[in-house]
Design a protein around this ligand. Structure first.
Ligand SMILES: NC(=O)c1ccc[n+]([C@@H]2O[C@H](COP(=O)([O-])OP(=O)(O)OC[C@H]3O[C@@H](n4cnc5c(N)ncnc54)[C@H](OP(=O)(O)O)[C@@H]3O)[C@@H](O)[C@H]2O)c1
Length: 355
């Protein structure tokens, strides 16, 4: 049987993505073959395509952090799982494909009746948001938080989960995202027209308890200025390394996985050295998953439960067929996207056969 997958052929722009057709992969010992129903498209995918994300594989590689799919075939030594079951996983790369083979222990069961695109949004974006809120910042009801990039994939997840946690929320976004931010319970601050540090101090007098900073670089220090004494910045992204979906520096063509992470580390350390009892803490979903895999599984199951109870509702910006991955990257790179872009390689919705 043949299938389609997307490969990054060189580090660069969206034209680095190519569609290939080849024999379906066969599951090895301990592996399960999954027919992909939905694969998330996120800024970390664009950064890997450009060769700057710390998790960038060597070329050629198939991008795609997260997926939801149907168990299709079991390798030797696999038990306790049946073909037809719906599962989710975060392979970090490889999800832009019709079929993928994954180790059984990577799979998390998905409850019946969920939409595949909504379910996949929980894997990277909502786990990131949930763990930053409840494991890094340990927020409590009534606290004030500032969410940067609040109309984006992780940003909208932070707003929905923050509202459930009873937080007072402020969110930076461009003018295209202001209505989405207020609909989700945040007070929008247009980062292109307003100085967010000044706005936060005008609106709260003392500053906020926590800032979630996805922008990175010197922005982390500005975020620190929006804190009340004793507050903390959770630094988790490097959105500033891209402009229009391409490298902000203009340089291109190589794999520089650790350069930006080293600079990121310097800014975090710098934040600790400044006076004012304000902390800057880094967050990484992949490192927390490697160090504490049980948290990942536990948090994803809790999030599926919230989705099943309709307490959260991921915003799906657009669904693209797998062969249009390049277009999906162009759209995300251009900016102004509210919520999550999803590739739907096979059926778009989860029906019967869920576990
Ligand atoms: N550490 C982790 O474990 C982890 C996990 C997931 C994601 N991330 C990181 O999180 C970040 C967001 O990812 P995503 O997939 O949610 O991206 P996304 O959907 O593209 O959202 C990014 C948002 O940031 C906004 N933005 C851009 N520049 C900004 C600025 N200077 N100030 C405020 N907002 C700004 C954009 O708004 P406009 O387009 O309207 O300008 C967009 O809404 C990325 O840096 C990604 O690498 C980290």
């Amino acid at each position: 049987m043949r299938h389609t997958r997307i490969i990054v052929t060189f580090y660069g722009g969206p034209d680095a993505l190519q569609v290939v057709e080849e024999e379906c992969p066969e599951p090895k010992h301990g592996e399960v073959r999954v027919r992909v129903l939905a694969a998330g498209v996120s800024l970390p995918d664009l950064m890997a395509r450009e060769g700057i994300h710390p998790e960038t594989p060597s070329v050629p590689f198939t991008p795609g952090w997260d997926l939801v799919g149907v168990v299709d075939r079991l390798g030797d030594g696999v038990s306790g799982i049946e073909p037809g079951q719906i599962v989710a996983a975060m392979p970090i790369s490889g999800a832009y494909a019709e079929f993928v083979c994954l180790r059984q222990r990577e799979l998390v069961p998905v409850p019946a009746g969920l939409d595949a695109a909504e379910a996949v949004s929980l894997v990277l974006n909502y786990i990131t948001a949930y763990q930053m809120l409840h494991r890094s910042a340990k927020v409590s009801p009534g606290q004030r938080v500032l969410i940067h990039g609040a109309a984006g994939g992780v940003g909208t997840a932070l707003l929905q989960l923050g509202r459930l946690a009873g937080l007072e929320m402020y969110g930076t976004c461009s003018s295209r995202g202001t209505s989405a931010v207020s609909d989700l319970g945040g007070i929008p601050i247009d980062y292109q027209q307003q100085d967010f540090v000044k706005e936060i101090h005008d609106l709260t007098s003392q500053g906020v308890d926590v800032v979630f900073d996805s922008v990175g670089g010197t922005h982390i220090w500005r975020s620190r200025k929006a804190l009340r004494p004793g507050g903390r910045v959770v630094a988790y992204g490097l959105t500033s390394s891209l402009r229009g979906g391409r490298l902000a520096s203009g340089a291109s063509g190589g794999r520089h996985r650790f350069r930006r992470i080293a600079i990121f580390g310097l800014y975090i350390a710098g934040g600790w050295l400044l006076p004012g009892r304000k902390r800057v803490v880094p967050y990484s979903i992949q490192w927390l998953k490697r160090l504490r895999p049980a948290f990942f599984r536990q948090d994803l199951i809790a999030l599926f439960d919230l989705l099943h109870q309709q307490k959260i509702k991921p915003i799906i910006a657009q669904r693209f067929p797998l062969a249009e991955a390049r277009h999906a990257h162009e759209v995300l790179g251009k900016g102004g996207v509210t919520g999550k872009i999803v590739l739907v390689p096979n059926e778009p919705s989860l029906g019967s056969g869920a576990v």
